[in-house]
Design a protein around this ligand. Structure first.
Ligand code: GLN
Length: 280
C-alpha cells in the first residue's frame, strides 16, 4: 500500500526518524519542508498522527534522496551569504566556497573604486544578488546563457529585493549595448569533462553546462579572461573562481592578457580558490 513505512502503517514523525538509511538531520529537513513547520514544531509534535498525503509526500522525497538527489533540489532552496536562494536542477547549487568570491568583491567594492559590477554565468543569481544586498549602491549586471537559470535568478532578486539587471546570452555576447565595468566576477564551469567527479554525488544532478566546459576545464575561464579587457574600465579588476589545481593556469592567462597585480587567494581549507588581477 503506498504510504506504508517499513514496519507497516507508521504514521508519526518519531517513527519515520528511526529509519537509518539517511541522516536524521536530512529526514527532519524533509519533514520541515513537507509540513512547512520549523524544527521546534517537529520535536513538539513528533508523536502526532500525520495525514496520509503528508506521509506520502515525505516518502517520495525520502526515496528521491536515497537515489542521490541533492537536498537543495528536494527542498527547493539553499542558503548562501545568509540569504535563502531558490534553486532548481536548472542551476548549480550555491557552494560555501563561492562566498569567498563574494566577500572579496565586496572588500574591493568597499574601497569606493567600483561603481559597475558584472557577474558572468550567474546561475541562481547567488553571487550577484548577495553583492547587491550587501552594497546597494553598486550597479550590478548579471548574465547567463540559460533562460531557465535567468528566470530563477530574477525570481531570487525579486524575492530578496535586490537590484540586479539580468541579461541573457553566452559570456560577453550578452552585453551588447552595455557600458564598461569596474569589476567582473564569475564562477564559471571549470571542471574537466573527463573528471570522474561529474558522475558522483550532487554533481550527477546539476546542469552539465554549469560544471564543465566540455573540454579541459580551462576554456570558459579563458573566454572570460580574453574578453575582459574590452569590458573593463581602466584600473578595473577581474576575479574568477576555479578548481583547486587551476590557480597557476589562471594566473598565467591573466598575465598573458595584460593584467597586473595578478594573484590567487586561498579559502579556509588553504586551497587557492579564486584568482584575479587589475587591467590598467
Ligand atoms: N565548485 C563546484 C564543484 O566542485 C564546481 C562549480 C563550477 O564548475 N563552477 O563541485
Amino acid at each position: 500500500m503506498p504510504g506504508t513505512l517499513p514496519g507497516g502503517g507508521t504514521r508519526t514523525i518519531r517513527e519515520t526518524l528511526r529509519d537509518a538509511s539517511l541522516p536524521r538531520s536530512e529526514l527532519q529537513l524533509l519533514w520541515q519542508h513537507v509540513l512547512g513547520k520549523p524544527r521546534s514544531w517537529l520535536i513538539a509534535h513528533d508523536a502526532d498522527t500525520l495525514a496520509e498525503e503528508d506521509v506520502e509526500r515525505f516518502l517520495q522525497l525520502r526515496q528521491r534522496r536515497q537515489a542521490g538527489e541533492p537536498m537543495a533540489y528536494l527542498l527547493g532552496e539553499r542558503e548562501f551569504m545568509g540569504h535563502a536562494f531558490r534553486v532548481s536542477p536548472a542551476v548549480l547549487i550555491p557552494r560555501p566556497e563561492t562566498e569567498h568570491l563574494v566577500e572579496h568583491a565586496l572588500a574591493e567594492a568597499g574601497s569606493g573604486r567600483v561603481r559597475r559590477l558584472l557577474d558572468m554565468g550567474t546561475g541562481s543569481g547567488a553571487i550577484a544578488v548577495s553583492i547587491a544586498l550587501a552594497n546597494p549602491a553598486l550597479e550590478i549586471v548579471a548574465t547567463d546563457a540559460s533562460p531557465e537559470a535567468l528566470a530563477l535568478a530574477q525570481d531570487n532578486a525579486r524575492r530578496l529585493s535586490a537590484g540586479v539587471c539580468f541579461l541573457h546570452g553566452d559570456w560577453y555576447d550578452a552585453l551588447a549595448g552595455q557600458a564598461r565595468f569596474d569589476m567582473i566576477v564569475s564562477n564559471p564551469p571549470y571542471i574537466d569533462s573527463r573528471d570522474r567527479h561529474l558522475e558522483q554525488g550532487d554533481l550527477r544532478f546539476e546542469p552539465s553546462m554549469a560544471l564543465t566546459d566540455g573540454a579541459d576545464g580551462l576554456q570558459a575561464l579563458r573566454a572570460i579572461v580574453d574578453g575582459a579587457a574590452h569590458w573593463l574600465n581602466p584600473g578595473g579588476s577581474l576575479w574568477l573562481e576555479h578548481g583547486w589545481d587551476q590557480a597557476a593556469s589562471v594566473r598565467a592567462m591573466l598575465a598573458g592578457a595584460g593584467f597586473a597585480d595578478v594573484k590567487s587567494l586561498t579559502d579556509l581549507a588553504g586551497i587557492e580558490r579564486i584568482s584575479g588581477g587589475r587591467y590598467l
